[in-house]
Ligand binder design. Structure first.
Ligand code: SF4
Length: 405
């Protein structure tokens, strides 16, 4: 059990410190440009994938969220994840009901345009009913010129049977891919797992550094960095992560510290607005982010398949795995305490059933803890509406005053 009272105490105590005039002066002196000057060179997603395609790379379109990337790497397949491709939705709406989430809509719109970049098929993990239905629809009704694969992750409370089941679906995916890509090399799989292991460790270090203010990255840069994992080759991505400097010294305290939870991070304009308001996201519990990194540092991969099975069961609690809600709350409480956040931002994708199912309980629990909560619903549209801006500003004022909402 996590010491519940200690968390409440931490929040309030830290707020009083923030109100201190001396610290306020320090914050005002902080130049936003200081962080902007050190721009991290993250390749543009489309340019990067086009270059990969031109060089003859096999690229598979992967719908969110949990899949064995190492297995694809071992077959020399580059996974290009499809979360929120930009642009208008013109073709997908006729195939989908109105109350479907924008990730599914945008994913289908992307697929219907038959992008040349995808030459190795589509993979649909069983993340939620909407994505599972989309996989069936694309495979059996709509039809695409490349193969469609499905990967049914286990759900619910995990036990020995779930582990056995997960081993089996990994093996089945291996056998399916072998039909089109030749026999799997065990050496390549081991090398892929070793690379994935290094990426996981670096990501864990960066998340820990984020919680301790030992970064010079803006909110926007941090999430661009995290999301580059969705399309970069493993080694390129590891090089990029290693390029990020983790400071020895703790940085200047921001005006407020937020934890963000949900599926995707807030859009760029919201992140920019938070940067300009000197508010830092100091921890994240996102399906596209830390929920895809094991909660502990794993041992070096010895048997690659065993490693992949173990890794899946060491991922943090997640609404899409339908595990116990209490486990998820306890996990969030740990992040809240460790990151010393002053408030929680729920970045909710509209019509996301798994998240909406957990949300009511989580928001209620956080309010009981005295932790201010802001719930922003997104259709993944770009920009920052006047209404969103007003709500964020009101939330920040409450954080300044230490008033729970
Ligand atoms: S946003 Fe929610 S409903 Fe939509 S694909 Fe992701 S998990 Fe499924």
């Amino acid at each position: 059990m996590y010491p519940f009272d200690a968390i409440v105490y931490l929040q309030r105590d830290d707020h009083y410190k923030r109100s201190d005039l001396e610290q306020r002066a320090q914050i005002d002196a902080m130049s936003i440009n200081d962080t902007k000057d050190k721009v991290l060179k993250i390749p543009d997603r489309s340019d990067y994938l086009r270059d990969q395609r031109r060089s003859g790379q096999e690229i598979m379109g992967v719908l969110p969220a949990l899949y064995p990337r190492e297995l694809l790497w071992a077959f020399n397949i580059l996974p290009a994840e499809i979360w929120d491709p930009p642009g208008e939705i013109l073709l997908a709406n006729v195939h989908l009901q109105a109350s479907i989430c924008p990730i599914v809509k945008r994913g289908l719109e992307f697929i219907l345009k038959s992008p040349e970049i995808i030459n190795s098929g589509y993979l649909f993990p069983h993340t939620c009913d909407s994505l599972q239905n989309l996989g069936t629809q694309v495979k059996d009704l709509i039809g695409v010129p490349v193969p469609v694969y499905t990967f049914y992750n286990p759900k619910g409370e995990f036990n020995k049977a779930s582990k056995r089941y997960y081993s089996e679906i990994l093996f089945n995916l291996q056998k399916t891919l072998e039909k089109s890509h030749g026999l799997l090399s065990q050496n390549q799989l081991k090398a892929a797992c070793e690379l994935g292991h290094k990426i996981d460790i670096r990501r864990q270090m960066l998340h820990a550094a984020l919680m301790e203010d030992r970064f010079d990255l803006s909110n926007r840069e941090y999430f661009q960095l995290i999301r580059a994992a969705e399309y970069m080759q493993g080694q390129d991505y590891l090089d990029l992560l290693n390029h990020v400097e983790i400071n020895e010294q703790i940085g200047v305290a921001p005006r407020a510290r937020l934890l963000v939870t949900g599926i995707l991070p807030p859009g760029d304009d919201i992140l920019n607005f938070l940067d300009e308001s000197r508010v830092r996201i100091v921890s994240e519990d996102l399906l596209s982010g830390s929920r895809r990194i094991p909660i502990v540092e794993m041992d070096q991969p010895d048997d690659p398949m065993e490693y992949l099975v173990e890794r899946f069961f060491l991922l943090p609690p997640c609404s899409t795995k339908a595990g116990g809600l209490d486990k998820r709350l306890q996990y969030l409480k740990k992040l809240i305490a460790k990151s010393r956040c002053h408030g929680v931002l729920f970045n909710t994708v509209k019509f996301c059933e798994p998240e909406l199912f957990d949300q009511h309980f989580l928001i209620k629990s956080m309010k009981v803890m005295g932790l201010p909560v802001l719930n922003l619903e997104t259709e993944l549209q770009p920009g920052l509406s006047g209404q969103e801006k007003t709500r964020i500003e009101a939330f920040l004022e409450m954080l300044d005053e230490g008033v729970p909402v």
